[in-house]
Design a binder for this molecule. Structure first.
Ligand code: HAM
Length: 435
């Protein structure tokens, strides 16, 4: 039997309704904040991610799926490396949404010099070749937004405010959410901080794992997130970014916090929150759910250097993304069903000699916008009623020979079992008024 790839899921039934609900809530809420929807391709040139996310990140080094078109494959196999391919022939599946949206912003000049910021949101599948476990998939779904062209700390605060409002609208109790924030500095102050952390790791090399020693050169800040408990303990004594911020970053961060305080958003500051993508500058944030055991359900931050990395003019930006699968699991652990109820329907049942009348009635009900089902397997009337119940029909329209001859139909309420006869010419209105 054919099986799906490990770490991927089929979305159907209530799970699919939950995903659709997440996108519906996003469309309404983000729309009110002035964000328009965007969809970028699921495959991009490798460089879009390598330049944007960073060559030394786990996402790029270990997790990004490479894509080769069929015609390139024999050549690849012969030479055994992709480095001989032209840059535009090297493709990857998007591991996250930000780099692609910023690439699109550069390509289509969304933020012309002196123009208004571009505000975009997306709901898309992402791909990362991670080891699958609960809440960690190889194909997962994110809802996210990007606000490109705004440097004001109010944009950082509003991003966090809209994120927390989104969680509330999805059914989270705000008291169960744990928002962590930090400032990672910028091009002026981060290089010196990075060097200080590198030196710290090298000074403690005999106490740290091999991955962290490798990180010292590649990406020293990632050592704060090492999976090894002992490394994290050692890193507690490492220099803190909060002590290394330049005056501009310190003032920006202080203003973000003032806005959050004014909006009544509670948060914890964690100077070791560094996130796994290299493009971040200044504000970063992450949200976890108490006791859910699924890791972060969302995260984001500012990326003032990313437009340039993608070949554009210097333009600030900020955004976030949340993970559908983790949100679904976290809400489930809190007893909230993101799927909501199955949509009710109308069922048209008929005697075997009234198929034609059932066809017309079904057509009329659907044209009136009512979700309508009927029998397509020649079942008995009794079996049709059973089917109507299984489908959760709230109303059953019954067409018998006498009724059709008299130009009427029986409309039965499946809950109360009340039934009335209505003229066939008024069927759709009569049914709609009873739903
Ligand atoms: P991220 O923290 O890598 O950020 O991912 C955002 C969310 O996606 C995570 O908090 C998590 O809920 C979900 N997620 C990530 N990886 C997986 C996985 N393997 N399986 C299931 N869920 C996962 C970003 O992707 C940034 N682009 C966010 C951003 C937007 N920053 C600025 N703008």
């Amino acid at each position: 039997m054919a099986q799906r790839v490990l770490g991927t899921e089929d979305l159907f039934g209530g799970y699919m309704r939950a995903w659709q609900h997440m996108t519906d809530v996003a469309r309404e809420l983000f729309g009110a904040y002035g964000f328009d929807a965007i969809e970028t391709p699921a495959i991009e040139q490798v460089d879009t991610f390598v330049h944007g996310i960073g060559e030394s990140t786990d996402v790029v080094r270990k997790e990004m799926f490479r894509v080769f078109s069929g015609s390139l494959l024999p050549e690849m196999l012969e030479r055994g490396t992709e480095s001989h391919l032209k840059a535009r022939q090297r493709m990857a599946m998007r591991p996250e949404g930000t780099a692609g949206v910023v690439r699109a912003a550069v390509e289509h000049n969304f933020v012309p010099q002196g123009g208004a910021p571009a505000k975009l949101w997306y709901a898309e599948a992402m791909f990362r070749g991670e080891r699958p476990k609960k809440g960690r998939l190889r194909q997962f779904h994110q809802v996210g937004l990007e606000w490109i062209g705004a440097s004001d700390p109010a944009a950082d605060a509003e991003c966090i405010i809209v994120l927390m409002e989104y969680f509330k609208r999805l059914g989270f109790d705000p008291d169960k959410l744990h928002l962590v924030i930090n400032s990672m500095g910028d091009a002026a102050c981060r290089p010196a901080y990075r060097e200080a952390v590198r030196q710290f790791i090298l000074d403690h090399a005999d106490e740290m794992c091999e991955d962290c020693i490798e990180r010292a050169e590649l990406n020293p800040l990632r050592a704060f997130d090492c999976k090894n408990d002992h490394c994290r303990e050692v890193m507690e004594a490492a220099p803190k970014v909060s002590d290394a911020l330049c005056d501009d970053c310190r003032a920006h961060y202080a203003q973000v916090k003032r806005y959050l305080d004014e909006a009544g958003i509670s948060y914890t500051e964690d100077p070791t929150l560094v996130r796994g993508l290299d493009y971040y500058t200044r504000t970063v944030f992450e949200v976890e759910v108490e006791g859910a055991g699924v890791g972060a359900i969302g995260g984001g931050g500012r990326y003032d250097g990313l437009m340039e990395l993608e070949g554009g003019k210097p333009t600030p930006g900020i955004g976030f993304a949340v993970g559908f699968e983790r949100i679904y699991l976290a809400l489930q652990s809190l007893g909230v069903d993101l799927a909501g109820e199955e949509p009710g329907c109308v069922y048209v049942a008929c005697m075997p000699d009234q198929r034609q009348a059932a066809f017309s009635a079904t057509l009329a009900l659907r044209q009136a916008g009512l979700r309508t089902e009927a029998d397509y397997q020649g079942r008995s009337l009794k079996a049709q009623f059973k089917q109507a119940n299984r489908l959760g029909a709230r109303i059953c329209v019954v067409l018998g020979s006498d009724e059709v001859a008299a130009g009427v139909a029986t409309v039965r309420d499946m809950e109360t079992h009340d039934q009335v006869q209505v003229p066939l010419s008024e069927l759709a209105e009569q049914v709609a008024s009873r739903l």
